[in-house]
Every structure is written in structure tokens, then in C-alpha cells.
Design a protein around this ligand. Sequence first.
Ligand SMILES: [Zn+2]
Length: 58
Amino acid sequence: MKAKETIIVTSERVGCDGGDAALGHPLVYLSLADKPAIVCPWCGRRFERAASYAASGH
Ligand SMILES: [Zn+2]
């Protein structure tokens, strides 16, 4: 059973390819534009937007 990891990101769009050969999958883009966190449906990794980014208004 693979461990889920949380990755803190500063962009509202992140690309995920699984991170390494064992968990790899085709590169997909996940949008954090309307939510503070998202779980990759391919590998289960959780991407969480850094709190400081949300305050920037970008
Ligand atoms: Zn993934």
C-alpha cells in the first residue's frame, strides 16, 4: 500500500506525473483555483496550496 504524501504548492495549477518511476503516471494538470487542496486521481498524492499564496490575490 502506497503512502499518501502532501505537497505544498504555490501555484493554482500543478502538474503531477506520480513523482517517481514506481508511482509514475502520465503528466496531468490539477487545478487549485477554486479549492485549497486537491488529490491526484492517479496517484493519490495531495496537493495543498500554500496559505501565503491565497492571500496574494494573484
Ligand atoms: Zn499524480
